[in-house]
Design a protein around this ligand. Structure first.
Ligand code: P6P
Length: 345
Protein backbone atom coordinates (compact mmCIF):
# COMPACT_ATOMS: atom_id res chain seq x y z
CA UNK A 1 0.00 0.00 0.00
CA UNK A 2 1.43 3.44 -0.96
CA UNK A 3 1.07 6.14 1.68
CA UNK A 4 0.84 9.56 0.07
CA UNK A 5 1.86 12.37 2.39
CA UNK A 6 0.47 15.65 1.09
CA UNK A 7 2.45 18.66 2.22
CA UNK A 8 0.40 21.79 1.54
CA UNK A 9 2.47 24.73 0.40
CA UNK A 10 2.03 26.43 3.76
CA UNK A 11 2.15 23.55 6.23
CA UNK A 12 5.88 23.63 7.09
CA UNK A 13 6.83 27.29 6.69
CA UNK A 14 7.61 28.77 10.08
CA UNK A 15 7.45 32.54 10.58
CA UNK A 16 11.21 32.55 11.06
CA UNK A 17 11.78 30.86 7.69
CA UNK A 18 9.28 33.17 5.99
CA UNK A 19 10.93 36.29 7.43
CA UNK A 20 14.35 35.11 6.21
CA UNK A 21 12.98 34.33 2.75
CA UNK A 22 11.27 37.75 2.57
CA UNK A 23 14.51 39.44 3.65
CA UNK A 24 16.29 37.82 0.70
CA UNK A 25 14.02 39.91 -1.58
CA UNK A 26 15.81 42.97 -0.25
CA UNK A 27 19.56 42.76 -0.96
CA UNK A 28 20.06 45.99 0.99
CA UNK A 29 18.43 44.49 4.12
CA UNK A 30 20.63 44.36 7.20
CA UNK A 31 18.44 41.88 9.04
CA UNK A 32 17.46 44.39 11.72
CA UNK A 33 13.80 44.53 10.71
CA UNK A 34 13.75 40.72 10.52
CA UNK A 35 15.14 40.62 14.03
CA UNK A 36 12.35 42.89 15.27
CA UNK A 37 9.74 40.57 13.75
CA UNK A 38 11.39 37.48 15.32
CA UNK A 39 11.40 39.11 18.73
CA UNK A 40 7.78 40.22 18.37
CA UNK A 41 6.81 36.64 17.47
CA UNK A 42 8.56 35.45 20.65
CA UNK A 43 6.76 38.07 22.75
CA UNK A 44 3.47 37.00 21.15
CA UNK A 45 4.06 33.37 22.20
CA UNK A 46 4.79 34.48 25.75
CA UNK A 47 1.66 36.66 25.91
CA UNK A 48 -0.44 33.88 24.34
CA UNK A 49 0.72 31.57 27.11
CA UNK A 50 -0.39 34.06 29.77
CA UNK A 51 -3.73 34.80 28.05
CA UNK A 52 -4.44 31.07 27.63
CA UNK A 53 -3.90 30.33 31.31
CA UNK A 54 -5.30 33.62 32.66
CA UNK A 55 -8.41 31.94 33.99
CA UNK A 56 -6.31 29.50 35.99
CA UNK A 57 -3.55 31.66 37.41
CA UNK A 58 -4.88 34.45 39.56
CA UNK A 59 -4.04 37.19 37.03
CA UNK A 60 -7.50 37.97 35.76
CA UNK A 61 -9.14 41.19 36.69
CA UNK A 62 -8.08 44.74 37.13
CA UNK A 63 -5.19 46.31 38.99
CA UNK A 64 -5.65 49.37 41.17
CA UNK A 65 -3.83 51.40 38.49
CA UNK A 66 -5.06 53.52 35.61
CA UNK A 67 -3.16 54.01 32.35
CA UNK A 68 -2.41 57.33 30.68
CA UNK A 69 -5.95 57.45 29.32
CA UNK A 70 -7.57 57.01 32.71
CA UNK A 71 -8.54 53.43 31.84
CA UNK A 72 -8.25 50.86 34.63
CA UNK A 73 -5.29 48.63 33.70
CA UNK A 74 -6.13 44.95 33.53
CA UNK A 75 -3.37 42.78 35.02
CA UNK A 76 -2.76 41.09 31.66
CA UNK A 77 -2.34 44.56 30.08
CA UNK A 78 0.50 45.28 32.46
CA UNK A 79 2.04 41.85 31.95
CA UNK A 80 1.82 42.03 28.14
CA UNK A 81 3.36 45.51 28.19
CA UNK A 82 6.30 44.28 30.27
CA UNK A 83 6.77 41.17 28.13
CA UNK A 84 7.05 43.23 24.94
CA UNK A 85 9.39 45.83 26.45
CA UNK A 86 11.71 43.15 27.87
CA UNK A 87 11.65 41.14 24.63
CA UNK A 88 12.47 44.16 22.49
CA UNK A 89 14.74 46.48 24.50
CA UNK A 90 18.06 44.61 24.19
CA UNK A 91 18.11 43.45 20.54
CA UNK A 92 19.98 46.52 19.32
CA UNK A 93 17.45 47.20 16.54
CA UNK A 94 15.30 49.82 18.25
CA UNK A 95 16.11 53.36 19.31
CA UNK A 96 12.87 53.83 21.29
CA UNK A 97 9.40 52.39 21.87
CA UNK A 98 5.95 53.74 22.66
CA UNK A 99 3.10 51.84 24.28
CA UNK A 100 -0.56 52.56 24.92
CA UNK A 101 0.20 51.70 28.55
CA UNK A 102 3.01 54.25 28.96
CA UNK A 103 2.58 58.06 29.05
CA UNK A 104 5.82 58.90 27.22
CA UNK A 105 8.29 57.21 24.90
CA UNK A 106 10.25 54.25 26.31
CA UNK A 107 14.00 54.74 25.99
CA UNK A 108 16.44 51.88 25.34
CA UNK A 109 18.53 51.31 28.51
CA UNK A 110 22.09 52.67 28.25
CA UNK A 111 23.60 49.20 28.57
CA UNK A 112 21.99 48.17 25.28
CA UNK A 113 22.87 49.17 21.68
CA UNK A 114 20.41 51.44 19.88
CA UNK A 115 19.19 50.65 16.36
CA UNK A 116 17.49 52.52 13.56
CA UNK A 117 13.83 51.61 14.17
CA UNK A 118 11.04 52.72 16.50
CA UNK A 119 8.34 50.36 17.73
CA UNK A 120 4.87 51.54 18.77
CA UNK A 121 2.38 49.07 20.19
CA UNK A 122 -0.83 48.37 22.02
CA UNK A 123 0.22 45.40 24.14
CA UNK A 124 -3.22 43.97 24.78
CA UNK A 125 -6.04 45.74 22.99
CA UNK A 126 -9.60 44.99 24.03
CA UNK A 127 -8.38 43.91 27.45
CA UNK A 128 -11.71 44.77 29.07
CA UNK A 129 -12.94 41.60 27.30
CA UNK A 130 -10.34 39.36 28.94
CA UNK A 131 -12.46 38.25 31.88
CA UNK A 132 -15.30 37.19 29.58
CA UNK A 133 -13.07 35.20 27.23
CA UNK A 134 -13.58 37.39 24.16
CA UNK A 135 -10.52 37.45 21.85
CA UNK A 136 -7.99 40.20 22.56
CA UNK A 137 -4.96 41.31 20.58
CA UNK A 138 -1.58 42.98 20.31
CA UNK A 139 -1.04 45.62 17.61
CA UNK A 140 2.36 46.94 16.49
CA UNK A 141 3.85 49.49 14.11
CA UNK A 142 7.49 49.99 13.05
CA UNK A 143 8.98 53.18 11.59
CA UNK A 144 12.55 54.25 10.80
CA UNK A 145 14.30 56.75 13.07
CA UNK A 146 14.46 60.14 11.35
CA UNK A 147 16.21 62.22 14.04
CA UNK A 148 19.96 62.37 14.60
CA UNK A 149 21.57 61.09 17.80
CA UNK A 150 21.55 57.68 19.47
CA UNK A 151 18.21 57.57 21.22
CA UNK A 152 14.80 57.86 19.64
CA UNK A 153 12.72 60.99 20.17
CA UNK A 154 9.03 61.87 20.06
CA UNK A 155 9.55 63.25 16.54
CA UNK A 156 10.55 59.77 15.37
CA UNK A 157 7.16 58.44 16.49
CA UNK A 158 5.08 61.30 15.04
CA UNK A 159 5.41 60.20 11.42
CA UNK A 160 2.43 59.67 9.09
CA UNK A 161 1.38 56.04 8.72
CA UNK A 162 2.58 55.86 5.12
CA UNK A 163 6.14 55.91 6.54
CA UNK A 164 5.67 52.57 8.36
CA UNK A 165 8.12 49.82 7.36
CA UNK A 166 6.21 47.03 9.11
CA UNK A 167 2.91 46.59 10.93
CA UNK A 168 0.99 43.70 12.38
CA UNK A 169 -1.24 42.25 15.03
CA UNK A 170 -1.60 39.11 17.09
CA UNK A 171 -5.08 37.80 17.84
CA UNK A 172 -5.43 35.61 20.93
CA UNK A 173 -8.61 33.82 19.92
CA UNK A 174 -9.72 30.23 19.32
CA UNK A 175 -6.21 30.02 17.89
CA UNK A 176 -3.35 32.49 18.18
CA UNK A 177 -2.50 34.16 14.89
CA UNK A 178 0.14 36.69 13.96
CA UNK A 179 -0.63 38.76 10.85
CA UNK A 180 1.91 41.25 9.49
CA UNK A 181 3.09 43.20 6.47
CA UNK A 182 6.42 44.78 5.51
CA UNK A 183 4.86 46.26 2.38
CA UNK A 184 5.13 42.97 0.46
CA UNK A 185 1.56 41.78 1.00
CA UNK A 186 -0.13 40.52 4.17
CA UNK A 187 0.68 37.12 5.64
CA UNK A 188 -0.93 35.21 8.52
CA UNK A 189 0.72 32.65 10.78
CA UNK A 190 -1.09 30.34 13.18
CA UNK A 191 0.59 29.21 16.39
CA UNK A 192 0.94 25.44 16.69
CA UNK A 193 1.05 25.14 20.49
CA UNK A 194 2.30 21.55 20.29
CA UNK A 195 5.63 22.78 18.83
CA UNK A 196 5.51 26.46 19.85
CA UNK A 197 5.92 27.67 16.27
CA UNK A 198 3.94 30.16 14.18
CA UNK A 199 3.26 28.36 10.86
CA UNK A 200 2.28 30.11 7.62
CA UNK A 201 -1.47 29.54 7.32
CA UNK A 202 -2.74 32.59 5.38
CA UNK A 203 -0.23 33.68 2.70
CA UNK A 204 -1.00 36.82 0.68
CA UNK A 205 -4.22 37.73 2.46
CA UNK A 206 -6.62 39.86 0.39
CA UNK A 207 -9.77 41.51 1.78
CA UNK A 208 -12.89 40.59 -0.24
CA UNK A 209 -14.17 43.59 -2.23
CA UNK A 210 -17.81 42.59 -1.71
CA UNK A 211 -17.80 42.45 2.05
CA UNK A 212 -20.15 40.69 4.42
CA UNK A 213 -19.79 42.48 7.74
CA UNK A 214 -20.55 45.79 9.38
CA UNK A 215 -18.78 46.21 12.73
CA UNK A 216 -19.97 49.27 14.67
CA UNK A 217 -21.24 50.00 18.18
CA UNK A 218 -24.84 51.07 17.48
CA UNK A 219 -25.34 52.23 21.06
CA UNK A 220 -23.78 55.57 20.05
CA UNK A 221 -26.37 56.22 17.33
CA UNK A 222 -27.89 59.17 19.20
CA UNK A 223 -24.42 60.72 19.48
CA UNK A 224 -23.59 60.51 15.75
CA UNK A 225 -24.06 63.41 13.37
CA UNK A 226 -26.46 63.08 10.44
CA UNK A 227 -23.77 62.09 7.90
CA UNK A 228 -22.70 59.15 10.07
CA UNK A 229 -26.33 58.12 10.60
CA UNK A 230 -26.85 58.15 6.81
CA UNK A 231 -23.75 55.97 6.27
CA UNK A 232 -24.98 53.36 8.74
CA UNK A 233 -28.43 53.32 7.09
CA UNK A 234 -26.73 52.58 3.79
CA UNK A 235 -24.56 49.79 5.23
CA UNK A 236 -27.73 48.26 6.69
CA UNK A 237 -29.55 48.41 3.32
CA UNK A 238 -32.27 50.64 4.82
CA UNK A 239 -32.23 52.94 1.78
CA UNK A 240 -33.20 50.03 -0.44
CA UNK A 241 -30.34 50.69 -2.85
CA UNK A 242 -27.96 47.92 -1.76
CA UNK A 243 -27.82 44.66 0.19
CA UNK A 244 -27.52 44.87 3.96
CA UNK A 245 -24.22 43.95 5.64
CA UNK A 246 -24.42 41.55 8.58
CA UNK A 247 -23.65 43.28 11.86
CA UNK A 248 -20.91 41.64 13.90
CA UNK A 249 -19.28 43.51 16.81
CA UNK A 250 -17.43 42.10 19.82
CA UNK A 251 -15.88 45.37 21.00
CA UNK A 252 -12.34 44.10 20.59
CA UNK A 253 -10.64 45.92 17.72
CA UNK A 254 -8.27 43.16 16.65
CA UNK A 255 -11.05 40.53 16.67
CA UNK A 256 -13.45 42.78 14.76
CA UNK A 257 -10.76 43.83 12.28
CA UNK A 258 -9.50 40.28 11.71
CA UNK A 259 -13.00 38.97 10.93
CA UNK A 260 -13.54 41.78 8.42
CA UNK A 261 -10.10 41.29 6.84
CA UNK A 262 -10.99 37.68 6.07
CA UNK A 263 -14.71 38.14 5.36
CA UNK A 264 -14.77 41.64 3.89
CA UNK A 265 -16.90 44.58 4.97
CA UNK A 266 -16.32 47.62 7.16
CA UNK A 267 -15.29 48.37 10.74
CA UNK A 268 -16.35 51.83 11.83
CA UNK A 269 -15.63 53.77 14.98
CA UNK A 270 -16.95 57.22 14.02
CA UNK A 271 -16.45 60.37 16.03
CA UNK A 272 -19.46 61.15 18.23
CA UNK A 273 -20.50 63.80 20.71
CA UNK A 274 -18.79 61.82 23.51
CA UNK A 275 -15.55 61.21 21.55
CA UNK A 276 -15.39 64.07 19.00
CA UNK A 277 -11.88 63.04 17.91
CA UNK A 278 -12.75 59.35 17.83
CA UNK A 279 -11.75 56.74 20.41
CA UNK A 280 -9.11 54.63 18.68
CA UNK A 281 -5.45 55.64 18.72
CA UNK A 282 -3.76 56.71 15.51
CA UNK A 283 -0.15 55.61 15.97
CA UNK A 284 -0.51 52.09 17.35
CA UNK A 285 -4.03 51.07 16.35
CA UNK A 286 -5.34 52.84 13.22
CA UNK A 287 -2.01 53.24 11.40
CA UNK A 288 -0.82 49.61 11.62
CA UNK A 289 -4.24 48.18 10.73
CA UNK A 290 -4.52 50.69 7.85
CA UNK A 291 -1.13 49.64 6.46
CA UNK A 292 -2.30 46.02 6.62
CA UNK A 293 -5.69 46.64 5.03
CA UNK A 294 -4.21 48.66 2.14
CA UNK A 295 -1.64 45.93 1.53
CA UNK A 296 -4.59 43.50 1.42
CA UNK A 297 -6.40 45.64 -1.19
CA UNK A 298 -8.70 47.53 1.19
CA UNK A 299 -8.79 51.10 2.48
CA UNK A 300 -8.89 53.13 5.70
CA UNK A 301 -10.10 56.66 6.29
CA UNK A 302 -10.91 59.02 9.13
CA UNK A 303 -13.89 60.14 7.04
CA UNK A 304 -11.98 63.05 5.54
CA UNK A 305 -8.68 61.55 4.39
CA UNK A 306 -6.65 58.38 4.11
CA UNK A 307 -5.53 57.33 7.61
CA UNK A 308 -1.96 56.79 6.39
CA UNK A 309 -1.74 60.45 5.33
CA UNK A 310 -2.76 61.91 8.71
CA UNK A 311 0.10 63.96 10.18
CA UNK A 312 0.31 63.02 13.89
CA UNK A 313 0.77 65.72 16.53
CA UNK A 314 0.51 63.70 19.77
CA UNK A 315 1.72 60.26 20.84
CA UNK A 316 -1.70 59.03 22.03
CA UNK A 317 -3.70 60.94 19.45
CA UNK A 318 -7.15 59.53 18.71
CA UNK A 319 -8.92 59.25 15.35
CA UNK A 320 -12.25 58.28 13.86
CA UNK A 321 -11.78 55.08 11.81
CA UNK A 322 -13.53 53.56 8.80
CA UNK A 323 -11.54 50.53 7.65
CA UNK A 324 -12.23 47.56 5.38
CA UNK A 325 -13.26 46.83 1.80
CA UNK A 326 -12.44 49.83 -0.39
CA UNK A 327 -15.96 50.38 -1.77
CA UNK A 328 -17.41 50.40 1.75
CA UNK A 329 -14.85 52.91 3.02
CA UNK A 330 -15.52 55.14 0.02
CA UNK A 331 -19.21 55.24 0.98
CA UNK A 332 -18.21 56.74 4.32
CA UNK A 333 -15.72 59.18 2.80
CA UNK A 334 -18.30 60.32 0.20
CA UNK A 335 -20.98 60.93 2.84
CA UNK A 336 -18.71 62.77 5.27
CA UNK A 337 -16.26 64.66 3.07
CA UNK A 338 -17.98 64.51 -0.30
CA UNK A 339 -14.84 62.91 -1.73
CA UNK A 340 -15.78 59.90 -3.86
CA UNK A 341 -12.28 58.46 -4.20
CA UNK A 342 -9.69 57.55 -1.61
CA UNK A 343 -6.27 58.79 -2.72
CA UNK A 344 -3.67 56.07 -2.43
CA UNK A 345 0.01 56.96 -2.94
P1 P6P B 1 -16.68 50.58 22.58
C1 P6P B 1 -11.40 48.21 23.46
O1 P6P B 1 -11.57 48.94 24.66
C2 P6P B 1 -11.25 49.23 22.33
O2 P6P B 1 -10.16 50.05 22.55
C3 P6P B 1 -11.12 48.50 21.00
O3 P6P B 1 -10.50 47.26 21.13
C4 P6P B 1 -12.55 48.35 20.55
O4 P6P B 1 -12.69 48.35 19.14
C5 P6P B 1 -13.22 49.61 21.14
O5 P6P B 1 -12.42 50.02 22.25
C6 P6P B 1 -14.60 49.30 21.64
O6 P6P B 1 -15.14 50.53 22.10
O7 P6P B 1 -16.93 52.06 22.82
O8 P6P B 1 -17.52 50.04 21.44
O9 P6P B 1 -16.77 49.72 23.82
Amino acid sequence: MTIVVKHTATSVVTIERFIIEEERNHPEATGELSGILYDLALAAKMIANKVRSAGLADILGATENENVHGEVQQRLDVLANEIIIKAMDHGGRLCAMASEEEPGIIQIPDEFKCGKYCLMFDPLDGSSNIDVNVPVGTIFSVVRKITRGRHGELEDMLQPGRRQVAAGYVIYGSSTMMVYTTGQGVHGFTLDPSIGEFLLSHPNLRIPENGRYLSVNDSYEQLWDDSVKSIMRKYKGLDGDRRALSTRYVGSLVADFHRNLLGGGIFAYPSNKKTPKGKLRLLYEANPLSFIVEQAGGAASNGHQRILDVEPSELHQRTPLYIGSRSEVEIAQRAIAGQPELAVV
